[in-house]
Design a protein around this ligand. Structure first.
Ligand code: DGJ
Length: 738
């Protein structure tokens, strides 16, 4: 275990978590409360006395207090609590709220013990960042206890040797003799010091279907500011991420504090700024509808929150998340493999396909350089329309009379591997599964069942339901060489209740459902370790770190219009690495926004993610086919930059009529630079794009136009000259060190 990552000083301990460029410091108050003292730029742990002095907090008017052992009043509501509790005098939003067996709610936690563990233990049933070797990290566990109930809260902090991030999680154990109910059990809280409140902005990623993760930024104000999902999934509407940024922070400068929740269900995140202008940040499972019964001896595990501090602006924050998530959140063989260029038939055919039609698409795709053919919705049961057959995962012999294997063989004969769409968590009312098991969906007995897209949600809190879907999927996947699946999820949850849980455990259903989703993913990957799974939820409605643990790539949005994608991909890239973002070239006019853009711009934008197609290549003319084949070849040649490159956002499509970004290898040897204009303005002066991450004292050649060559320091300090061509025009440079 690297000795330098965690330092503990003093008998009234102070805890110093030391990552590469930041420190996180906590201390135990004489009264026993674990207090948060610092998260930000690096400080030496020799500053013990300076930090200990911060714990001497004066009483204030109208402040609640308890008497400590020395008979001194300790003001509870202004202590910077590391894991704040409800209803014992801290009036800001709590991290934990427990209802005791007698119906009272209240809880006070005092420090009990701590231990340091080499490496990083896993979280049972939950996705999380991980290490492959104990030398990569150290983990601190601090046990707090509420003495009257004998309920222990164990806070866990992992510090990574090679990633400037801290992974937090919490487990709660009832060591008492009475049952209790967790009404709230968040994953992390931070009390920031007062002075910063009004010079901080909250940044988050709200959106909608086909408009996911549009970055928003607002100054903090007194009171509460939340992002939340009560939809049973992480959602298009609010991603489980927010950041606090110093008000002037930009791409390359300023302080930013990121909170990313590794979870795919209901979540809440945000800030309360109290009367002293002190912001408290919180993130975790949304408490609405959540009630987890803790019988004596039982333990609840809250999901992981990954905290990143950057003194190098939003760009620095993103690159830290990108590297950690692509190297130590995504897992399995596809973590380290180049992702195939895929073609998906959905927008080319919707439900109207035959075996021959699909094979013709695959033949056309082979000519332009695709490597994987994906058969989307409609291949199973009696699925001829969106209102039927979900849950019946056997081949639709009406559409594919020769069976799946025949189709797969014919596609393989064209040199493409084969992938298949599933929507495992869903059931149609018109399905054999529903007819056989009408109680297997989430519902309230005796009340109407809310449908969305004519479908209901299976109750994955029930192991027998997960077993059934696993068995069906296993039979299909092992019936033919299926190398990839697209895991879709096309509605949000309503009537969240389980026919299998007793009344006092109904509040557990939503979380148990998500645990069931994770359990099915685990089982599939254990059974088919080489399977590449792409996540999807009506486009990018479940683009979260929880899913990324199992699905190394996620369909970013159903909106594949190149201009819409500028904002969607820019916002998504705040947290998620380019190599996780499905980015496809689709037909024009675009099916979501009806916009027409050039093939070149569509390809250039898709080159910033996992490149693929969502069209029938047989509809393209000769010139388009030649262009698209050349750009697909380029995508295959440059995909190592998407996989390993550092992303620098160079122009902001939310703030201007253009977007620009670059992917540069960490050694500066190669870079892919893209510039896209949305609207041309008359008589606009030329632009220079100052690049990042290149080597100053060497030259770079543009592989796409070898006559173009520049010095590294010129590109870094003067900038790459850009000419504006036309509305929706784009330019690409593939720079290589000469
Ligand atoms: C929603 C997905 O985002 C689409 O790509 C497609 O798979 C449809 N579902 C199919 O129903």
């Amino acid at each position: 275990m690297p000795a330098s990552l965690i330092h503990i000083t003093g008998s009234q301990p102070l805890f110093f978590l030391q990552s590469a460029a930041s420190s996180y410091v906590m201390g135990v108050h004489p009264q026993g409360t674990l207090c948060h003292l610092h998260w930000g730029p690096k400080v030496s742990d020799t500053a013990h006395d300076d930090f200990a002095a911060l714990l001497d907090i004066p009483q204030r008017p109208f402040s609640t207090a308890v008497l400590n052992a020395e008979g001194k009043h300790v003001p509870l509501d202004i202590l910077p609590c590391e894991y704040p509790t409800a209803n014992t005098g801290d009036f800001a939003p709590p991290a934990i709220d427990i209802e005791h067996a007698d119906g009272t709610r209240g809880f006070r936690l005092a420090y009990e013990s701590h231990r340091v563990i080499p490496g990083k233990p896993s979280l049972p049933g939950l996705p999380a960042t991980y290490v492959e070797n104990d030398n990569e990290a150290a983990t601190l566990e601090i046990t707090l206890r509420d003495t009257p109930s004998n309920i222990a809260v164990i806070l866990r902090y992992t510090v990574f040797a090679n990633h400037d991030a801290i992974a937090r999680s919490v487990r709660i154990t009832n060591a008492g003799t009475q049952s209790a109910t967790l009404r709230r059990a968040l994953s992390a809280a931070i009390d920031f010091p007062d002075a910063s409140a009004h010079s901080l902005d909250m940044i988050h990623l709200p959106g909608s279907w086909a408009r996911e993760r549009w970055l928003e930024r607002q100054p903090l104000h007194s009171g509460e500011q939340w992002i939340a999902s009560r939809r049973g999934v992480s959602s298009h509407q609010h991603n489980p991420f927010f950041a606090l940024a110093s008000s002037g922070a930009g791409e390359d400068h300023g302080e930013v504090f990121g909170f990313s929740l590794v979870y795919s269900g209901n979540h809440v995140g945000g800030i309360d700024v109290d009367q002293y202008a002190r912001p408290r940040a919180l993130t975790g499972i949304h408490p609405d509808g959540f009630a987890w019964r803790l019988a004596p001896g039982e333990t609840f595990h809250a999901p992981e929150a990954v905290l990143v501090y950057s003194s190098r602006g939003l760009g620095g924050l993103s690159r830290t998340y990108h590297r950690l998530y692509r190297e130590r959140l995504v897992r399995g063989p596809w973590r380290d493999r180049e992702r195939p260029v895929l073609i998906n038939n959905w927008e080319a055919t919707y439900f109207e396909f035959t075996e021959d039609k699909l094979v013709a698409i695959a033949a056309g795709a082979a000519k332009i350089g695709c490597e994987l053919f994906v058969l989307d919705d409609g291949w199973f049961g009696h699925r001829t329309a969106p209102d039927r057959a979900l849950g019946d995962w056997t081949t639709n012999t009406g559409k594919l009379p020769n069976g799946l294997l025949s189709l797969v063989k014919r596609i393989n004969d064209h040199g493409l591997s084969f992938g298949l769409w599933f929507e495992p968590e869903m059931v149609s009312v018109k399905s054999t599964l529903y007819e056989t098991h009408p109680d297997w969906c989430l519902h309230f007995p005796g009340r109407p069942r809310t449908e969305s897209r004519s479908q209901l949600v299976l109750d994955f809190s029930r192991p027998e339901v997960v077993d059934n879907i696993f068995a069906q999927m296993e039979a299909v996947i092992s019936s033919a060489p299926i190398r990839y699946i697209k895991w879709d999820m096309n509605r949000h949850l309503a009537e969240i209740a389980s026919a299998a849980l007793p009344p006092e455990r109904q509040g557990e259903t939503a979380h148990r459902h998500i645990l069931g989703v994770y359990a099915l993913l685990e089982r599939l990957l254990a059974r088919f370790p080489d399977l590449l799974i792409e996540g999807c939820s009506g486009g990018g409605g479940r683009f979260d770190p929880g899913m990324l643990h199992y699905t190394p790539q996620i369909w970013t949005s159903d909106n594949s219009d190149a201009i819409s994608r500028l904002r969607i991909q820019h916002g998504t890239s705040l947290v998620y690495p380019p190599c996780t973002m499905g980015a496809h070239v689709s037909a024009v006019p675009n099916h979501q926004v009806r916009r027409t853009t050039t093939l070149r711009t569509r390809c250039h934008v898709a080159l910033a993610g996992v490149f693929g197609f969502e069209l029938d290549p047989n509809t393209l003319g000769e010139a388009d086919l030649a262009e698209v084949a050349a750009l697909t070849a380029l995508a295959r040649k440059t995909r190592h930059l998407v996989r390993h490159g550092d992303l620098h956002r160079l122009a902001d499509p939310f703030a201007s009529d253009e977007a620009a970004w670059m992917l540069v290898l960490p050694d500066g040897s190669e870079a892919l630079v893209t510039h896209v204009v949305t609207v041309i303005h008359a008589n606009r002066p030329g632009k220079r794009l100052r690049l990042r991450g290149l080597t100053p004292d060497t030259s770079y050649r543009n592989e796409l136009n070898p006559a173009e060559q520049w010095r590294g320091d010129f590109l870094l300090n003067v900038g790459l000259p850009v000419k504006y061509e036309a509305d929706f025009g784009s330019v690409l440079w593939y720079l290589r060190r000469v």
